[in-house]
Write a protein that binds this ligand. Structure first.
Ligand code: SME
Length: 165
């Protein structure tokens, strides 16, 4: 098991995600507990990239997200499907990349320093939204399609769900 949290900010994104993914595999070996997995993914991504906020919102009803394991400043407690970036990703069951939060109507500013964001849905075996992974950055344009695909694969693999088609 890895004893330290990796810092991958010096690496190109594909290598960074590969390193974090390998670290997560080692740390989570034998663990089959959703909250433990979410907490460990949040910690690993947060410290790996130095983001402003990194964590999960869980779908507690078919139309409501509630905050789950995360790292960063205080997050909003609940977000309705359809609201903000998280609620949009949940409602539309797709990854949403926001290069500039001021350009996203209805963005919810839990921390005023947030400038860009990505939200990736965690889907169940029947395509239902079980949670979303939300990463916020203090810099504009932090996230792109490389992040989207890498994060989709990461949560699908580690949270044991089917990828969206
Ligand atoms: N910005 C998000 C809300 C969650 S937090 O920033 C932690 C949104 O618009 O959904």
């Amino acid at each position: 098991m890895s004893e330290t949290t990796l810092d991958v900010r010096h690496l190109p994104k594909p290598e960074a995600y590969a390193a974090l993914s390998a670290s997560l595999d080692a740390v989570l070996e034998g663990i089959d507990d959703e909250i433990a997995v979410m907490a460990t993914i949040s910690c690993t991504l947060h410290h790996g990239f130095g983001h402003l906020w990194s964590g999960f919102y869980r779908a507690v009803t078919p139309t409501l997200l509630r905050v789950g394991p995360y790292q960063g400043t205080l997050g909003c407690l609940e977000i309705a499907f359809g609201r903000g970036v998280c609620g949009t990703a949940a409602k539309e069951r797709r990854t949403v990349v926001v290069p500039d939060v001021e350009e996203f109507p209805g963005h919810i500013a839990c921390d005023g320093r947030s400038r860009s964001e990505i939200v990736v849905p965690v889907l169940g075996a029947n395509g239902e939204v079980r949670a979303v992974l939300d990463l916020d950055s203090e810099k504009l344009g932090t996230f792109d399609e490389v992040d989207a695909r890498a994060l989709e694969q990461l949560v699908a693999r580690l949270l044991g769900v089917t990828r969206r088609g």
